[in-house]
Design a protein around this ligand. Structure first.
Ligand code: DLL
Length: 433
């Protein structure tokens, strides 16, 4: 049974009626309170009263990250600052940070969305949950914290880092559930092996991982290495952090918390809506947030949506695992390449560790890709000939599957920097335009 079966299993027609009511409320709320949205809607000639069906969302202006930067810190805030009880922020990789303010009610709803996520991952009242997402301005740590408190289980708020201590506490406190980025889970698994600790002997049962792209292959790798179920969380600061979508025991796509977020998928170039089942850029409108609602926020995340009743009973729209971000797309020999495609292919090669970085350089008009990937210890110790053989094998696998030529550089085990949060997978050495 889901955490909130009323909404998670609501018949689609009823749910969409609820969404329309909330959409109309949200649009009116921001039109009256946020000059930015009023201006953008006036420019498009659309008034809150024009929203008569869910499809009408397409008539609203879109919001992009730069709009949040330009309105830093609180110009998109729709409530007086006295009603704000929390502010999170995300620095991203470039430019000014963006802020995410919350009212008391927003915090309550965040907790509800996160409780659904954790419950679907099998977390129950008597569990011990180690929360190794970073605490602080990042929404991961405190977002999970909110959900864990809603369920009422034991929380171990370790935050990220101090990996040996994480492992010792996991043993001492009999942690059942780990919450972290997938790349940090791998770091923990590896450190445990080095410490001679077998995670499979621990009571650890599942992990709730997210905040960065990870392939199905990476999920399997983590599940096998740790002997756990690797469940997923998806969200972004602009929409209030994690709690936007989550997977269930079926591990067959992520359920969107549709009573809180209206999802659309569009072609990132033409901006035309794409039908259910086709890939494109994900756009969300928040439906219940008060401090900083978002109208048609372009996430840059690429995925597809499916409408089906899940074997778990939830009727919420499903989104497929995010396969990449439009801004992470590389064009190698004229082929669009997402880091996740390379990750899946590397995970097919038993001679390497799932630790890699992609180095992108430019020669003339073309991008060139070098994959730095760690050899397994026995391969590295076998010497340069063996290494060259594995490099060739990877090169050919990628050529065969994707039709692109890449340089493969096998490196010594442990050479690639380990992640404690979001892994840095791309080193972009192209000249800045
Ligand atoms: O990463 C919120 C979060 C925290 C989600 C903890 C899940 C768990 P930001 O730092 O603003 O927020 O980064 C948002 O991270 O647009 C995606 O590109 C990526 N992302 C988040 N979750 C996933 C996921 C948090 N499950 C950006 N799969 C998003 C793939 C993800 N990418």
């Amino acid at each position: 049974m889901p955490w909130n079966d009323k909404f998670e299993c609501m018949p689609v027609e009823e749910l969409q009626k609820f969404q329309l009511e909330k959409l109309r409320e949200t649009v009116a709320w921001v039109y009256e309170r946020v000059p930015f949205y009023k201006r953008k809607m006036d420019e498009k000639g659309v008034k809150p009263g024009d929203i008569k069906s869910l499809e009408d969302v397409a008539s609203l202006p879109v919001t992009v990250k730069n709009d949040l930067r330009d309105n830093y810190p609180f110009d998109l805030c729709a409530v007086p600052m006295k009603d704000v009880v929390r502010v999170h922020a995300s620095s991203g990789t470039t430019g000014k940070p963006i802020t995410g303010p919350y009212t008391k009610e927003d915090m309550e709803k965040w907790g509800e969305c996160m409780a659904r996520n954790l419950w679907a991952a099998g977390v129950r009242e008597d569990d011990v949950v180690q929360n190794a997402y970073g605490y602080g301005l990042f929404t991961g740590g405190l977002g999970f914290h909110e959900g864990i408190s809603h369920i009422g289980c034991i929380e171990i708020p370790t935050s990220s880092g101090l990996t040996e201590r994480q492992i010792t506490l996991m043993q001492d406190f009999k942690t059942n559930i780990l919450c972290s980025t997938p790349s940090y889970a791998l770091t923990i698994a590896e450190r445990a092996e080095e410490m001679g600790v077998n995670i499979k002997d621990m009571p650890l049962r599942a992990g709730v991982f997210g905040a960065e792209p990870w392939t199905a292959g990476m999920r399997q790798e983590i599940e096998e290495r740790m002997g756990i179920k690797a469940m997923e969380a998806y969200g972004l600061t602009e929409l209030g952090g994690p709690g936007v979508a989550f997977d269930c025991e079926a591990q067959d796509g992520l359920h969107v918390n549709e009573d809180h977020y209206l999802a659309e998928v569009v072609d990132p170039e033409t901006f035309k809506p794409v039908p259910l089942g086709e890939k494109g850029e994900l756009i969300f409108t928040s439906l219940q947030r008060r401090a900083m609602p978002m109208i048609r926020y372009r996430t840059k995340d690429i995925t597809l949506l499916r409408r089906e009743t899940c074997s778990c009973g939830r009727k919420l729209l499903k989104m497929e695992k995010v396969s990449g971000r439009t801004d992470d797309m590389l064009i190698i020999s004229g082929v669009n390449v997402f880091p996740s495609q390379i990750e899946s292919l590397l995970l097919d090669i038993p001679e390497v560790e799932p630790q890699y970085v992609l180095v992108v350089r430019k020669k003339g008009y073309l991008d060139y890709l070098t994959i730095r990937v760690e050899a397994k210890r026995e391969i590295y110790d076998a010497g340069p000939e063996k290494e060259a053989e594995v490099e060739k094998k990877i090169h050919e696998h990628i050529k065969g599957m994707m039709g692109i030529g890449v340089k493969v550089n096998l490196v010594e085990p442990k050479l690639i920097e380990r992640s404690e949060g979001k892994a840095k997978r791309i080193i972009d050495e192209r000249p800045k335009e």
